[in-house]
Design a protein around this ligand. Structure first.
Ligand code: URA
Length: 239
């Protein structure tokens, strides 16, 4: 049987946005916190938030051990947690979850757009990013130049770049004109990978939008810059 997970009440409250550990201690000292109907006075007491009923200042606490967010990143925003000059994906959350240590899982270039997954679950992020797990990511791309069957074959074989040869990738051509449109699926996440693969085929990427990350699909109801928490089904699909 799985061991029930308990945590200190002050840690749970701090992670739920009730302020610093010091603020939380004050809440407890002033009798504003109860567990299963009993007022607590020990900030270090252990509770299981998925079983125990926690009430703070008369309100039930819905505790989430981790936060999972999908965002439709617009162009011009960087995938970092903070920056003195650029707007980051964390800035787009507008202070919500500022009490959690959220970070983007993997990177999407500043001039790229689409699905960015943010969490504070380091283990899950590591699983999604680990090269040995070969997690597929699909992008919609527009390139200058005609995409041809020989490009599809080159992607399938893996493309030789200056520093490495890519693993086999999938190129689905949607339209082949002076500006071509396609879906590209890669299972790595090297720096500027798709731009470099296209450049090796004499094409210049003019639009790049990530649509999927493993089982996660960008919600098309999210306008650029918008985000939402993952559903339970989405979280389960990643676990
Ligand atoms: N490939 C790129 O070239 N850029 C990205 O942001 C993602 C994949």
């Amino acid at each position: 049987m799985k061991k029930q997970k308990t945590q200190r009440i002050d840690k749970i409250l701090a992670a739920s946005g009730y302020g610093s550990r010091k603020d939380v201690k004050k809440l407890i000292k002033t009798g504003q916190v109860s567990i299963n109907g009993i007022v607590v006075n020990d900030a270090g007491c252990h509770v299981n938030p998925s079983v125990d009923e926690i009430v703070v200042a008369g309100k039930y606490l819905a505790y989430h051990e981790n936060i999972y967010i999908m965002m439709n990143k617009p162009e011009g925003v960087i995938c970092s947690t903070r920056d003195n000059v650029e707007i980051t994906v964390i800035d787009l959350l507008q202070g919500e979850y500022s009490h959690r240590k959220l970070f983007p899982v993997g990177r999407l270039d500043k001039d790229a757009q689409g699905l960015v997954f943010l969490t504070d679950n380091g283990k899950m992020a590591h699983r999604l990013l680990s090269p040995k797990n070969r997690v597929d990511k699909t992008y919609y791309v527009e390139v200058r130049g005609k995409l041809k069957q020989c490009d599809v074959e080159a992607f399938t074989q893996g493309i030789e770049l200056e520093d490495f040869t890519t693993l086999p990738a999938k190129l689905d051509i949607l339209e082949s004109e002076d500006i071509s449109r396609a879906y590209v699926t890669i299972c790595e996440g090297k720096f500027h990978q798709i731009k470099r693969m296209m450049k090796a085929r004499n094409k210049e990427v003019i639009l790049l939008k990530r649509l999927t990350l493993g089982p996660l699909k960008l919600d098309d109801e999210l306008a650029p810059g918008q985000w939402r928490e993952l559903t339970k089904e989405e979280i389960d699909s990643l676990s």
